[in-house]
Design a protein around this ligand. Sequence first.
Ligand code: SF4
Ligand code: SF4
Length: 104
Amino acid sequence: MSIRIDKEKCIGCGRCIEACPGNLLKKDQNGKAFILHMRDCWGCTSCLKECKSSAIRFFLGADIGGRGSALSVDIVGDRYLWQVTDSAGKVRSIEVNKKEANKY
Ligand code: SF4
Ligand code: SF4
């Protein structure tokens, strides 16, 4: 499993770099984020939740039943709109209000 960063969407804010607990994310010469060692990513999704440009996607490996699915998140105010896109392009959405994240 690993993430991919869309450089067209990345605005170089650096929030993902600060959020990654493994210090895996860096900036290239154009100020865009990239992952240094993909295989070291353990899928915590911290970087996705910090990216307000929705530039980061997380690929769900076969080992967790993902079969090529990708996870992305749009941040709208206090809400995280998680989207899982399967290999056939079908999208499923899960909405979480971050103010209620510790409620359950
Ligand atoms: S948080 Fe998103 S926009 Fe900001 S540097 Fe990272 S990938 Fe780019
Ligand atoms: S998913 Fe977690 S470990 Fe992987 S790059 Fe993002 S913040 Fe780092």
